[in-house]
Design a protein around this ligand. Structure first.
Ligand code: 0PR
Length: 366
């Protein structure tokens, strides 16, 4: 006899789930409720492991197809390589891991707005981060003066964490190409939005070396799922390891055992929605972002003009405002240093939610 009946365990799980925040109250997350198609696919492939893909050839095919889909979206050149990762953090660490090895240098130039995953990368890989002082995004002219003979790589962001702004990627890529240094684009957030709603080039049409995109953010897939694309497939050799007891001979990912379910879910949504479907979702999110901006303006609340589906609202004492909003039932991101609270207008964020939120924000800010 088991020590607890399955239905009792389910009860226990339900109790725990009740304590979780509900997405109809979450405004500060870059994740969202996965698409129904993703949930179905995830369940179908729950036991698969891409760390030993010789055992799961069908799942491996889905992973390859998902990578191809992203490669096409981002105009990867022939001879590219793609990795399916656990998300932005792993993609960013892996990119810097590869570029450190290829360049045999240790300095990484990145904007002040870069995500904290680069701090983890620096700590793990013993890299020196040279932070470019900038406003809401990084300009090419500001990058130049940080470049030295020790520079391994420049990082630029397409959709930064605080403001959703896009750095001057094309121009920065020109500089990197002239200087013969690697350039990584972190499009963890913007990768599923910018290609559909922005005229800016964030992909391989610019002279970039790599780009990361997360399917578990605007891709509406299941957590954990990101992609790292590299211009040259030979670069993968730098991180390839002979795997000994698995049925598969090599691994070239930071993680060993990896969820095939995440790959299946991501490709299922891609196959279901197509580029057109994602375009409609991105456009709807932008429309709702415009709606939020208008409402804030009409209420005299200051914000940073959005570039993608993210609005930074200017407040004094951001942590306090966020805490009061939490009391009113809203979860928002905040950054005390920049004096902002952050609303990410993800697909689950409706105009009804926005109306109620702004009403509560007005009360909280009084
Ligand atoms: N790059 C950028 C530009 C990001 O914004 C993030 C995460 C990452 C990389 C790292 O991605 P992973 O967390 O997938 O490894 N940005 C959000 C943030 O830290 C993530 C987030 C998600 C925040 C859900 C809150 C939340 O509830 O702000």
């Amino acid at each position: 006899m088991p020590i607890n009946l399955m239905e009792d365990v389910i009860e226990m799980l339900k109790e725990a789930k009740k304590k979780d925040a509900n997405f109809d109250r979450i405004l500060g997350s870059m994740c969202t409720v996965p698409h129904e198609m993703a949930k179905k696919a995830y369940n179908m492939f729950i036991e698969t492991n891409l760390g030993d893909y010789e055992l799961f050839k069908g799942t491996k095919e889905l992973e390859d197809k998902a990578i191809e889909w992203i490669a096409k979206l981002l105009h990867a050149p022939p001879g590219y390589a793609g990795l399916l990762t656990s998300g932005g953090t792993e993609s960013n660490i892996t990119a810097l891991w590869i570029f450190k090895k290829l360049s045999e240098k240790r300095e990484v130039i990145l904007p002040k707005q870069a995500h904290f995953s680069f701090e983890k990368a620096a700590s793990l890989l013993d890299l020196k981060l040279k932070v470019v002082e900038c406003g809401h995004f990084m300009r090419a002219r500001d990058v130049k003066k940080y470049i030295s003979s020790s520079t391994a790589c420049v990082v630029a962001i397409a959709g930064n964490t605080n403001y959703g702004y896009i750095d001057e990627i094309e121009e920065i890529a020109e500089i990197c190409s002239d200087e013969n240094i690697f350039m990584h684009v972190d499009a963890a957030f913007g990768g599923f939005v910018a290609p559909f709603v922005s005229k800016k080039i964030i992909d391989f049409r610019a002279k970039i070396s790599s780009v990361s995109v997360d399917a578990h953010k605007m891709g509406m897939a299941c957590i954990p799922c990101g992609f790292l694309l590299l211009r040259n497939k030979n670069w993968i050799e730098e991180i390839k390891v002979r795997s000994k007891c698995t049925h598969t001979r090599f691994q070239a990912t930071l993680l060993g055992t990896r969820p095939g379910a995440a790959a299946a879910a991501a490709y299922a949504v891609m196959h279901h929605l197509g580029y057109e479907g994602y375009k409609r979702i991105a456009e709807k999110c932008m429309e709702n972002t415009g709606y939020l901006a208008d409402l804030l303006k009409r209420n005299g609340i200051e914000y940073v003009e959005p570039e993608l589906n993210l609005i930074a609202i200017k407040v004094k004492k951001a942590a306090e405002v966020a805490a009061r909003l939490k009391e009113a039932g809203w979860y928002v991101g905040f950054d005390e240093e920049s004096e902002i609270i952050r609303i990410v207008v993800m697909p689950h964020v409706s105009n009804e939610m926005i109306n109620k939120f702004v009403e509560d924000l007005r009360k909280v800010m009084k």
